[in-house]
Design a protein around this ligand. Structure first.
Ligand code: NAP
Length: 293
């Protein structure tokens, strides 16, 4: 058996078309606005921020990009966040992580108005998510849910195994999958580096979600026949002939796809969904500020 490939590129494209239409329909009432704030010159962060601004622009979202010197003080960054908290044109504030070591990330994220926290990292939004209340869902976990839902994967009653327990992927995705909601209602197991027998868990999974950051760590003999695999990992494993970064997921795609019912590729799987969900949250925020949602 060879798996169905769950294309994040195609799914993201469909959602972006929907958003573009929605932004056009909102135009006489509100223009969604997003600001991205980048501190320093990390090349990966630069390319993420550029991609976010490019996508926003393509959808008709007003986007501003602020790039600050790596030496910027915590105080100045807090003042900038406060400025955008009070800017009526801006409905979403994204501070690109990681921040330089001299800046306390938690302090910066906590300073963002939760109503403009389109990344969904503010403790208020995390709390609302855990309680199952209306909030901005963190973009990558939200993207995983949308991928499963739009691919027609039944999560209700499924054994879902998540590998990785970070605050931005593993913990929220596990939490969302167990909630009483669409793309939820699963029985969830969360694995990490202290898990005693990883294979025992991964082999039981109906749906396996991997976010460990270890290239090709999940092999075919660690999954069961017919599993649905969502590979969140993005690992740079070299350079292509054209000089671009060569990427691999956390799952050994070629062998696992022979056993799986469905699988996401890397690149072209979860990656394109993350930016799209950021746009979705920004449009949602604009509608909330305009009293339309
Ligand atoms: P992270 O903060 O480094 O967390 C990795 C998690 O995986 C940790 O909980 C760690 O366990 C666990 N882990 C690592 N090695 C393991 C192993 N051998 N066995 C079991 N568990 C293991 O990473 P992250 O930020 O969640 O990102 C994970 C991956 O997803 C990375 O490749 C990242 O680039 C990618 N990512 C992709 C997107 C996207 O848009 N596609 C977005 C975000 C992240 P401990 O807690 O015990 O250390």
């Amino acid at each position: 058996m060879s798996a169905k490939i769950i294309s994040g590129t195609e799914t993201a494209k469909a959602i972006k078309e929907e958003l573009k239409k929605e932004v056009a329909e909102l135009a006489d009432k509100v223009v969604p606005g997003l600001v991205t704030i980048l501190v320093g010159e990390d090349p990966a962060s630069q390319s993420y921020v550029a991609a976010k601004n490019k996508t926003a622009h393509a959808l008709g979202i007003h986007s501003e990009q602020v790039t600050l010197d790596a030496e910027t003080s915590e105080e100045d960054l807090l003042a900038l966040v406060e400025k955008y908290n009070n800017d009526d044109k801006i409905h979403g504030i994204l501070v690109q992580l990681p921040l330089p070591k001299h800046i306390d990330e938690a302090k910066i994220l906590n300073a963002i108005n939760p109503d403009k926290d389109v990344d969904g990292f503010h403790p208020v939004n995390v709390g609302r998510m855990v309680l199952g209340e209306q909030c901005f869902l963190p973009c990558t976990p939200h993207g995983v849910l949308e991928l499963l839902q739009r691919s027609g994967v039944e999560t209700s009653g499924a054994e879902v195994v998540v590998v990785g327990r970070s605050n931005i992927v593993g913990k929220p995705v596990a939490n969302l999958m167990l909630q009483k909601r669409d793309a939820g209602n699963a029985t969830v197991t969360l694995c990490h580096t202290r898990t005693k027998d990883m294979d025992f868990h991964t082999k039981r999974a109906d749906i396996l979600i991997v976010a460990a950051g270890v290239a090709n760590m999940i092999k075919a003999d660690q999954v069961k026949e017919g599993v649905v695999v969502i590979d969140v990992g993005v690992n740079r494993i070299g350079v292509t002939e054209s000089g671009k970064a060569k990427l691999a997921g956390d799952v050994e795609f070629e062998s696992v796809k022979e056993k799986a019912a469905a699988i996401t590729p890397v690149p072209g799987g979860v990656g394109p969904m993350t930016i799209t969900m950021l746009m979705k949250n920004t449009v949602q925020s604009a509608k909330q500020f305009a009293g339309l949602a």
